[in-house]
Design a protein around this ligand. Structure first.
Ligand SMILES: Nc1ncnc2c1ncn2[C@@H]1O[C@H](COP(=O)(O)OP(=O)(O)OP(=O)(O)O)[C@@H](O)[C@H]1O
Length: 338
């Protein structure tokens, strides 16, 4: 079966005064129709740059796509001319960004903003565009959509504005939605409502979602599969169950340990991952996590391991999974602090 979106060996760098920042260093993942994939990792690991590359949104002057392929419905879309990419964006791939306030035009009524997107991508007559817009506002749970149609972004709460962005992303019934930290700017209750909405829409419309987040709580809530990124690489990928119940990379253990846990209503102290990610001007030859990894062996410093297949859907790039590595009983349990 061909995947809806297939990213292979993607490499992206930025030219800066300090030299070349190797932001994405050989990223692979795929998304099937109707599936939700989460890309998770700490700030600066290359999640957003990966999404921007797929959408053709990289700042042209300073970025360099150094290699790889991005196919959507079997067609290469990497480096597609702007016009062709614009046709795909909005009609086949919708984008929901982090900050609804900067993504919406403050001087334009929200109804007109959604209607404009529909107009760009369909031949619907004017009155039908308005009807469709009101229908979409209702679909994303905005009460009183006829009234909201004529309001400006500042008249809506943060959660409602995020719903408008989701309506915009859905306006042309895309097969894929890319959501870059869609709930980061929202408070916890609204965050849960937006995730529920995305989940519900995804199930009803069979849309695929690529969700980018640093929050494993969000992953557990919405995704079926997860790719964990570190220093521009996917270091582990698997189903949500595999990643949460049987993680095979110490970085993933660290991320899992840093999820706030609640016991008897009390929030337990988080266990942060000590140290910081490597300098992407000169990433290390070996595993980029090795300097922070309490299980690092000599080989980890010198050589990056290939992906080790744990199951058909589960892969991890860590020397501890090599048959020659010492068997460390209970490593997973230790890593997860249980
Ligand atoms: N325009 C740019 N010029 C130079 N470096 C950049 C540029 N955009 C991103 N980078 C660098 O690329 C790396 C990856 O950034 P990216 O925004 O993808 O991280 P991220 O994982 O999405 O983090 P966050 O969650 O903070 O957005 C970082 O080191 C960042 O500083």
């Amino acid at each position: 079966m061909t995947s809806l979106l297939d990213v292979k060996d993607l490499e992206v760098s930025f030219k800066t005064y300090g030299g070349e920042v190797k932001a994405v260093r050989g990223v692979d993942f795929h998304i099937n129709q109707g599936e939700v994939l989460a890309i998770v990792g700490e700030s600066g690991c290359g999640k957003s740059v990966t999404a921007q590359t797929i959408m053709g949104l990289l700042p042209k002057k300073v970025s360099m796509i150094k290699g790889g392929n991005v196919t959507f419905q079997g067609e290469e879309i990497l480096g597609l001319p702007k016009k062709k990419m614009q046709k795909i964006k909005g009609s086949k791939i919708g984008l929901i960004s982090q900050d609804p306030m900067t993504s919406l035009n403050p001087t334009m009524k929200i109804g007109s903003q959604i209607a404009e997107t529909i107009k760009k991508h369909t031949d619907l007559p004017k009155y039908q565009i308005k009807n469709r817009t009101i229908e979409l506002l209702g679909l994303v749970g905005i009460p009183n959509p006829e009234k909201r149609y004529s309001q400006y972004p500042h008249e809506l709460s943060g959660g409602m504005r995020q719903r408008v962005l989701i309506a915009m992303a859905l306006s042309c019934e895309p097969q894929l939605i890319i959501a870059d930290e869609p709930t980061t700017a929202l408070d916890v209750t609204i965050q849960a409502q937006i995730l529920d909405l995305l989940k519900d829409l995804q199930q009803r419309l069979n849309t695929s979602i690529l969700i980018i987040t640093h929050d494993l709580g969000v992953v557990a809530e919405i995704a079926q599969r997860v790719s964990v990124m570190y220093a521009g690489k996917v270091i582990e990928s698997g189903t949500v169950e595999e990643i949460f119940d049987n993680p095979k990379h110490p970085y993933t253990w660290g991320l899992l340990n840093s999820i706030p846990k609640y016991t008897n209503g009390e929030k337990e102290r988080l266990v942060p991952i000590e140290g910081s990610p490597p300098d992407l001007f000169a990433p290390p030859a070996g595993c980029p996590f090795a300097p922070r990894c309490e299980y690092a062996m000599e080989i980890c410093i010198g050589e990056m391991p290939d992906a080790k297949q744990i199951s058909e859907s589960h892969h991890a790039k860590c020397w501890l999974n090599d048959p020659r590595a010492p068997i460390v009983e209970g490593l997973v349990a230790a890593g997860r602090n249980e």
